[in-house]
Design a protein around this ligand. Structure first.
Ligand code: FES
Length: 240
């Protein structure tokens, strides 16, 4: 089976799951399932266990790490543009919240949940459909956007993952990062916005059980999480 077969099979599988979820999600309330106060503080490390430093991330590259659960992926990006401070955004329930902005030099390092706010398409070890692109997207026409290839939702990576276009109605949940002034090392300390973990677990329980072991997908990370370039994290990475 060649790479295109893997990609196609993964995409069909994901679309099938999304279609099933579509009918159910119309009537289901979005529940903020993860209180910020409960978020574990987790050090970002590479696969050798070495701490990730903000200034050593490749600019405009896609990195993935799980947080706060072993099964919930997040995108990590070092942008080529500074981010604003304390931007007001609106969550799924139309309530305002503040996105604090990026960290590191120029506040250019940001992180967002890689679970789409539309119908929960996500970046898995099999395939990634949520990716960041610096250049202008053929699909949406936007630059510096995170695009979900399932239905074309695009999110503004520079501005708290605000929705730029497509069917999503609220921003991706944003990971709050802390960057040590001296060492430049990164720690995930929580989320702002709407986290969708319970819906995600419900929608993809069978896939998650298969990938992580029965029920193990709910395990919270402790101490550290491994950051990988997206091409190492997923067998196939879609661009759209
Ligand atoms: S799941 Fe529909 S745009 Fe992402």
């Amino acid at each position: 089976m060649d790479r295109s077969d893997v990609n196609r099979r993964s995409f069909v599988k994901a679309c099938s799951a999304v279609a099933t979820l579509a009918a159910a999600s119309a009537t289901r309330l979005v529940r903020p399932a993860f209180a910020l106060a409960d978020a574990p503080k987790i050090k970002l490390v590479d696969k050798a266990g070495k701490p990730i430093k903000a200034g050593e991330l490749e600019v405009n590259a896609n990195y993935i790490f799980p947080y706060p659960y072993v099964s919930t992926p997040c995108l990590l990006l070092r942008l080529d543009a500074p981010t604003p401070r304390n931007v007001m955004r609106t969550n799924a329930e139309k309530a305002p919240y503040t996105w604090p902005g990026g960290v590191g030099k120029d506040s250019a390092v940001v992180s967002y949940s890689a679970i789409c706010a539309h119908l929960l398409t996500y970046d898995s070890r099999h395939a990634s459909f949520m990716t960041y692109h610096r250049g202008r997207s053929d699909l949406s026409g936007h630059e510096r956007a995170i695009t979900c290839c399932a239905h074309g939702s695009t999110y503004d990576a520079v501005n708290g993952a605000a929705v730029l276009s497509g069917p999503a109605e609220f921003p991706l949940a944003a990971v709050q990062l802390a960057c040590d002034d001296g060492s430049d090392e990164l720690t995930a300390v929580g989320f702002v916005g709407t986290v969708l973990f319970e819906r995600f677990f419900e929608a993809f329980r069978a896939d998650l059980n298969a990938d992580f072991g029965r029920g193990a997908y709910r395990e919270l990370l402790r101490d550290r999480t491994v950051v990988k370039p997206i091409a190492e994290y997923s067998d196939a990475v879609s661009a759209c």
